[in-house]
Design a protein around this ligand. Structure first.
Ligand code: TTP
Length: 191
């Protein structure tokens, strides 16, 4: 079976490499990521991963893996900030609080769709003006759910997590390995 990474995210590619997996091809999914009115965060993130997997082509000998990562704070869904102002708003919202990072993984093959949702709790220390301004200036917030990257400078804001670090970065390694194994992809095998 050929492994296809259905994601434009370089982090997801690196996380697959950590499992010893190199995709035979990378296909970027382009879907509308707007949450439906009143949609619950868990439903939203699972739907996003499923929709990404559904729109990509998948041949009979292919296994396509897609994922979606979303930050939720209270009832709010924090996606990728559209601009610096929104990134600042997200960082202040997360400052000094715990929030959830939800990552849904969808694996599609000729035998069907397999999915998992991983919920990780992340705590931010209280941020100062200098923290937020410095972080905005770094540009690291771009393209990251919730406007931060735990694997980068954003790690300095995080004294504690409960759950899966790799899921926060974009792909939960333990769950991904199991999903891919059941779809016929062996770990450490280059596609
Ligand atoms: C919270 C957090 C998110 N992120 C990233 C992971 C995801 O790439 C991104 C959330 O956006 P996603 O929509 O999940 O993915 P994407 O747009 O980057 O790529 P694609 O849809 O093609 O798969 O935020 C981090 O890298 N570090 C973090 O700490």
């Amino acid at each position: 079976m050929k492994l296809i990474l259905g994601s434009a995210s370089p982090r997801r590619r690196e996380l697959l490499a950590q499992l010893g997996l190199e995709p035979a091809a990378v296909r970027a999914p382009d879907i509308d990521e707007t949450p439906a009115k009143g949609e619950r965060p868990r439903d939203y993130v699972a739907r996003m991963a499923r929709e990404k997997a559904a729109i990509l082509p998948c041949a009979a000998d292919e296994v396509v893996i897609c994922a979606d990562t979303t930050v939720t704070c209270g009832r709010r869904i924090l996606g990728k900030p559209e601009n610096e102002k929104e990134a600042a708003e997200f960082l202040w919202l997360l400052s000094g609080r715990r929030h959830h990072v939800l990552t849904a993984v969808a694996v599609r093959s000729a035998t069907g769709l397999r999915e998992r949702l991983v919920d990780t709790v992340v705590k931010f220390r209280p941020l100062s003006n200098a923290d937020v301004n410095g972080y905005l200036a770094s540009g690291e917030w771009r393209g990251k759910a919730g406007g931060y990257a735990i694997q980068g400078l954003g790690g300095a804001f995080v004294p504690w997590i409960q759950g899966s670090f790799s899921a926060v970065v974009g792909l939960p390694l333990a769950e991904t390995a199991l999903l891919l194994q059941s779809a016929g992809i062996a770990m450490g095998e280059s596609a």
